[in-house]
Design a protein around this ligand. Structure first.
Ligand SMILES: Nc1ncnc2c1ncn2[C@@H]1O[C@H](COP(=O)(O)OP(=O)(O)OP(=O)(O)O)[C@@H](O)[C@H]1O
Ligand SMILES: [Mg+2]
Length: 714
């Protein structure tokens, strides 16, 4: 397991007992240490089931699983490699009953939470509900209950939100559901309050490895501590991280976790890595210069043996469209001239999601295939998820989140009070909501009108399920689906819930596309291996609509499968953490975007009296802190690049409906690039490239025409 590791990495990998912290800069092989250490631990005799590796995203977990499999083979399957949240699910499914949670509790996603909050707070406005959601999440992450939040509320706004939180929590309990924050908070409560459960899990966790440790928040750290051992001297874990890449401060991640580690674990072994294996010296120099002004937790100087490499380019553009064109031209030119020519060798990174739109248009125009990482795929759209909730309910009546979404989308006169009573009833008797609905004792907790409407809904679902089971063939399936949508009034619901007709129209078109695709599958049109083919005909047997509904739930894995395809990546800087590409372009590197507006209220819960009363000094300190985090974000962006890096900014950009003049980001000056690197005449190069491509396209067309004329197969 020490092949392909330097001495410091070997040190970390061979430190098998006790706590170990690898503190090192970007690209120095921290993640590599984790995968190799998993192998080393198994080699040393630890059962793979007793190893848990925690990553920051599902995607990172999938990648780590892949790498570990390459290293140790089949045993990799037995190692638990997951996110903190997935680990929380595992703990709660195992022992949540100690907290009164049934084993098949439901997990509410963000959409579900917004809709429960809308109801709990009596608002029809999604933006207001999301504001509550944000504040409540912040409180839950800080370990506060609704009562505690109310007791320490600053101002009316917070007091009202705390009251809504209490109603929201009641509803979650009634529905036997948890939200994402509970996936950390509840396991913590479980382990704290039940020593026998804690002892069991500590015994099960032979060694825990944590990647991206700098981005854990206070509750995650607590969970980690409780899972290791009650005695710090006997805790076995490996955490790897980089204080300069801490970019989730806004979500409660705190560098204090790094500072606390040596205090909480006096026998902590700290290992530093300084050699970077990812980037050229030119790129590293720019990264070191940008991060330079930030206060240091520990001094480190990254160096690389990969040589000076290409100078970092700074590209200025007239506006955002022009900037996108220039990035596209750069991709085309590098594909001609660089060793790394595949589309997947390129990434364009930006600060905010919305920045991808203009870029996508330019890439499409140039026929360059791309994927938007972390963006919304077709199956993640709210309207498609609404429909899928109904399908899931046909397939599995006990799917509680699907039940709740279907019964309230569109609204059918069954209020949350009724649903809450149903939820409490189902929790008490440990049955699903659907099962509870037909229970003969239900009338003891609900009035007859409520029971009647619930029964009507239940019968309707049963009827749909029966008919779906017996519907085959494209035309019959399409007719069925359209009739069902008409029955539930889905089109009207879309138009009622969207302020702009155009938005409703586009959502309705998605719905029709989806129905067409489902119906096609009933008629024997199957998808290609990526499940993404919406029309090709292949001879295949007919399936019932229910069979098709069954496979639809698997489709959410679609976007993850895209990972291996040869596509240019567009990604936010946050989602690019831990990843690397030969060619990276950072766009929108101007003041106001990167760094993001610094003088905007730091806390989007905003409006509390306490904030208004904040003295200038406090505000100044908050701004300084935000600037540090923005600088770390820029550092993360720069250090994703292996061979070439370009940084671009538009001289004018759109803000709301206005065009405003933009200034280059202070980070560009801080990169301290030599003059030679900055010079590059955009127009000339672009013109030359366009001419070259036009010539090539002409030549290809002429060749194809002559081949066709001569009748030779193409
Ligand atoms: N000892 C080594 N020899 C050769 N290549 C290495 C070595 N260590 C790491 N690498 C390579 O360097 C690159 C960066 O490694 P890795 O992703 O583990 O770094 P990291 O410290 O986790 O970076 P980040 O801070 O961005 O998460 C990877 O391509 C990895 O395979
Ligand atoms: Mg890493």
């Amino acid at each position: 397991m020490s092949a392909g590791l330097n001495l410091a990495q070997q040190d970390a990998v061979n430190h098998l007992h006790g706590p170990c912290l690898v503190l090192a800069g970007a690209g120095s092989g921290k993640t590599r240490v984790i995968t190799h250490k998993i192998g080393r631990l198994i080699q040393a005799g630890l059962e793979p089931q007793r190893i848990t590796a925690i990553t920051f995203t599902n995607k990172a977990a999938a990648e780590m699983r892949e790498r570990t499999k390459g290293l140790i083979g089949r045993d990799a399957k037995k190692v638990r490699i997951c996110t903190f949240h997935a680990l929380g699910v595992h703990l709660l499914r195992g022992d949540g009953e100690a907290l009164g949670l049934k084993a098949n509790f439901s997990i509410m996603d963000s959409d579900d939470v917004t809709s429960i909050l809308k109801d709990a707070g009596g608002s029809t406005d999604a933006a207001t509900a999301r504001q509550w959601q944000w504040t409540i999440s912040k409180w839950k992450n800080a370990g506060l209950t609704a009562a505690q939040a109310e007791a320490q509320a600053a101002g009316d706004n917070e007091r009202i939100t705390a009251k809504i939180m209490a109603r929201y929590e009641e509803r979650l309990t009634a529905y036997q559901s948890v939200d994402f924050d509970d996936l950390i908070g509840l396991p913590l409560k479980l382990l704290r309050e039940h020593p026998e459960v804690r002892a069991k899990w500590q015994q099960m966790m032979g060694h825990i490895l944590v990647d991206e440790y700098q981005d854990t928040n206070a509750t995650q750290y607590e969970l980690l501590k409780l899972l290791t051992s009650d005695d710090p001297q006997r805790a076995h874990f490996t955490a790897v991280g980089d204080d300069d890449q801490s970019i989730y401060g806004w979500r409660g991640a705190t560098l204090d976790n790094l500072k606390k580690l040596p205090i909480d674990f006096p026998n902590l072994r700290i290992i530093k890595l300084e050699q970077n294996y990812r980037s050229t010296s030119a790129i590293l120099q720019a990264a070191n210069n940008v991060i330079g002004p930030n206060p240091k937790l520990f001094p480190k100087t990254l160096w690389s043996e990969l040589g000076e490499g290409e100078p970092v380019r700074v590209v200025d553009a007239d506006n955002e469209e022009h900037e996108a064109e220039r990035m596209v031209a750069r991709i085309q030119s590098l594909r001609e001239n660089s060793q790394h020519k595949e589309f997947k060798d390129f990434a364009v990174l930006y600060r905010a999601n919305h920045q991808s739109r203009i870029l996508e248009q330019a890439l499409r125009k140039a026929n360059i295939p791309y994927k938007v990482s972390g963006g919304i795929s077709f199956f993640d759209r709210a309207e498609i998820r609404d429909l899928c909730a109904w399908l899931r309910l046909w397939v599995n009546n006990d799917d509680d989140p699907a039940f709740l979404r279907a019964i309230t989308t569109p609204k059918r006169g069954i209020g949350h009070q009724t649903l809450q009573a149903l939820g409490t009833f189902s929790g008490k008797y440990k049955v699903s909501l659907f099962e509870a609905l037909f229970s003969s004792s239900l009338p003891s907790v609900l009035n007859s009108r409520a029971v009647d409407s619930l029964h009507e809904f239940g019968r309707y679902v049963n009827d749909l399920e029966y008919r779906a089971r017996h519907t085959e063939g494209k035309e019959a399936a399409l007719a069925f689906l359209l009739e069902w949508l008409k029955d539930i009034g889905y089109e009207k619901f879309l138009y009622d819930s969207e302020e702009h007709e155009k938005a409703a129209q586009s959502r309705w078109t998605n719905v029709l596309d989806f129905c067409d695709w489902m119906a096609g599958r009933c008629g024997g049109e199957i998808e290609d291996e990526n499940g993404a083919n919406f029309g090709n005909n292949f001879a295949s047997e007919k399936k019932s609509l229910l069979d098709v509904a069954q496979t639809v739930s698997l489709i959410s894995t679609l976007s993850e499968r895209q990972q291996d395809q040869n596509l240019v990546t567009l990604s936010t800087l946050h989602a690019a953490k831990g990843l690397e590409w030969p060619h990276v372009m950072l766009i929108g590197v101007c003041e106001g975007l990167l760094p993001f507006k610094l003088d905007d209220g730091a806390d989007s819960a905003g409006g509390s009296q306490r904030e208004h009363e904040a003295s200038d000094a406090v505000m100044g300190a908050a701004i300084a802190e935000r600037l540090q985090e923005e600088r770390r974000l820029m550092y993360v962006g720069i250090t994703r690049a292996q061979r070439t890096l370009a940084v671009s900014w538009p001289k004018r950009r759109k803000k709301g409906r206005e065009m405003i003049a933009a200034q280059p980001s202070r980070f560009i000056a801080e990169m301290a690039l030599s003059q030679a690197t900055v010079k590059e005449d955009p127009r000339e190069k672009l013109r030359a490239l366009r001419a070259e491509f036009a010539k090539k396209a002409e030549a290809t067309a002429a060749a194809a025409a002559s081949q066709q004329a001569s009748g030779s197969p193409v």
